[in-house]
Write a protein that binds this ligand. Structure first.
Ligand SMILES: [Zn+2]
Length: 124
């Protein structure tokens, strides 16, 4: 490394050390803002989308059900402060269902999987 490059490197490290508390605080604020934004976005999608199976409308009991290649639960996007692109991509793989219809879908899926595993008969 040339002398100038070395000096630049030292200068930028000093700059970072001097500004570290501010940078850490800014990163924290960014994370909190992303969490709040994701939470609000998820809520707004649910407020605009009734349950696809029964038409139920209260966003507090609506959930995202994955139809294809699930990477993660939509709710994980809040704690993990995903970017909007990732959140929207994941939501596109889902339909909105109320908690009851969601449970019923998963129950039916388990039954179908049970039929496939055991051949013909359902296990009770
Ligand atoms: Zn429903």
């Amino acid at each position: 490394m040339g002398k100038n490059a070395e000096l630049n490197r030292q200068a930028s490290r000093r700059h970072y050390e001097r500004n570290k508390p501010e940078m850490v605080a800014r990163a924290k604020a960014f994370t909190i803002a992303a969490r709040n934004r994701n939470r609000e976005y998820i809520k707004s999608v649910k407020e605009q989308t009734p349950c696809q199976d029964c038409g139920f409308k209260d966003h507090r009991a609506l959930q995202f059900h994955h139809l294809s290649d699930k990477d993660a639960n939509i709710g994980d996007s809040i704690a993990a402060s995903w970017g909007m692109d990732r959140l929207k991509r994941e939501i596109e793989k889902c339909i909105v269902l109320c908690a009851n219809c969601h449970h019923i879908r998963h129950y039916e899926q388990r039954l179908i999987a049970g039929v496939k595993q055991s051949g013909s008969s359902l296990r009770s």
